[in-house]
Design a binder for this molecule. Structure first.
Ligand SMILES: Nc1ncnc2c1ncn2[C@@H]1O[C@H](COP(=O)(O)OP(=O)(O)O)[C@@H](O)[C@H]1O
Ligand SMILES: [Mg+2]
Length: 338
């Protein structure tokens, strides 16, 4: 029987009047790779910080590795490792010296620590860099050391907060491989990311979070199936003379749940009902829009799911240069897939 590695019950974090994490309730199974997917500011890091005992919940509770987060926080700390958003590393020290420094903080016995350092360097293919100063490392190499640092105390659960943020594609792939290897050695992995591809590539299950709340939670495949089974469709429309006014008109249709602008010509439109496509085409024509193409992809992507459940594309907030999404007066999206 599989136990739960983590159980959240109404876990909440407020900063003054602002609610960053809003009554999160969910279970994460032992040996699962569980992904929190959400835009910047969704509350991912705040959740991780609470689960790692670095930040006290405002209300609600959680069990981590069977221990109560608040009553047994010292026990929780013994069971977990954290790869934080910001790397903590001493540039003037070598890889081994860095790992030794942190190993001593965990009070790992000397010989055991030396063996562990070798084992972990091997895990990430960094043996030959053992005695090299961190300052000579690329960001990707530093991140590999950062990841294994979290494994020194042999945690049952490892938290990885945006582990591939800012890394080049090759390093990103290698960090993903390492993450899978860690998981194969019976470690539960909790991962946060704002990259759909990352969430999909790694996670057994994904919680899409937005404004501190769960918008959807399931396996990547089931999330995508949700769209296929619902009366929600996500259309891709290429309009050669796209204007904000036209986008507003499309968005004001009752059948339309959300419109997200991809670039100068392309929209993603999440809509409900069988007549949605006709109405969308009609309003575009009526407003003088030139339709170059409209597609209704049966093969929905996680991005489509995200749009349908949150009413926006993840890029809107992850990348400030991206065009804004046009919301219907701040209402929740009308997608009927929950
Ligand atoms: N210490 C803090 N004080 C005030 N607001 C905070 C603090 N930490 C985070 N926040 C706010 O809480 C929200 C969630 O932040 P965070 O958990 O870092 O999001 P994510 O990791 O999903 O990008 C953001 O709006 C952020 O500005
Ligand atoms: Mg974060």
């Amino acid at each position: 029987m599989t136990e739960n590695a983590i159980e959240l019950k109404n876990l909440t974090k407020k900063f003054g009047d602002f609610t960053a994490v809003d009554k999160l309730s969910l279970d994460i199974k032992e040996n699962e790779i569980f992904g929190f997917l959400g835009p910047n500011g969704a509350g991912k890091s705040t959740t991780i910080r609470m689960l790692c005992t670095l930040s006290t919940p405002t209300s609600g509770s959680a069990k981590v590795a069977g221990y109560d987060l608040i009553k047994d926080s010292a026990k929780v700390r013994e069971k977990i490792g954290l790869v934080a958003e910001k790397m903590i590393m001493y540039d003037k020290l070598t890889a081994a010296e860095n790992l030794r420094f942190f190993g001593k903080l965990y009070a790992i016995p000397k010989q055991k620590l030396e063996d562990k350092i070798d084992e972990l360097l091997e895990l990430v293919n960094m043996q030959e860099w053992k005695h090299t100063q961190i300052s000579k490392f690329s960001t990707g190499m530093k991140q590999r050391i950062n990841v294994i640092r979290a494994l020194l105390p042999e945690p049952e659960i490892i938290f990885m907060d945006e582990p591939t943020l800012g890394l080049d594609p090759q390093t990103t792939f290698s960090i993903r491989d390492i993450t899978r290897d860690i998981n194969k050695s019976d470690v539960t992995v909790i991962l946060t990311t704002h990259a759909m591809i990352e969430a999909e590539a790694l996670s057994d299950r994904i919680a899409i979070i937005d404004h501190g709340k769960i918008a959807a939670l399931d396996t990547p495949q089931n999330l995508k199936n949700l769209i296929a089974e619902s009366d929600t469709s996500v259309f891709g429309a290429k309009i050669t003379n796209l204007t904000p006014k036209l986008i507003g008109k499309i968005n004001s249709l009752d059948v339309v749940a959300a419109v997200a602008q991809q670039d100068d010509h392309n929209l993603k439109i999440s809509a409900n009902g069988t007549d949605a496509l006709n109405q969308i085409i009609d309003v575009i024509r009526l407003e003088g829009g030139n339709i170059a193409s409209i597609t209704n992809s049966n093969d929905s992507t996680l991005e489509d799911v995200f749009l349908a459940v949150t009413g926006k594309t993840i890029r809107d907030q992850a990348n400030e240069k991206a065009a804004p999404t046009h919301h219907r007066h701040g209402q929740a999206p009308k997608a009927r897939i929950r």
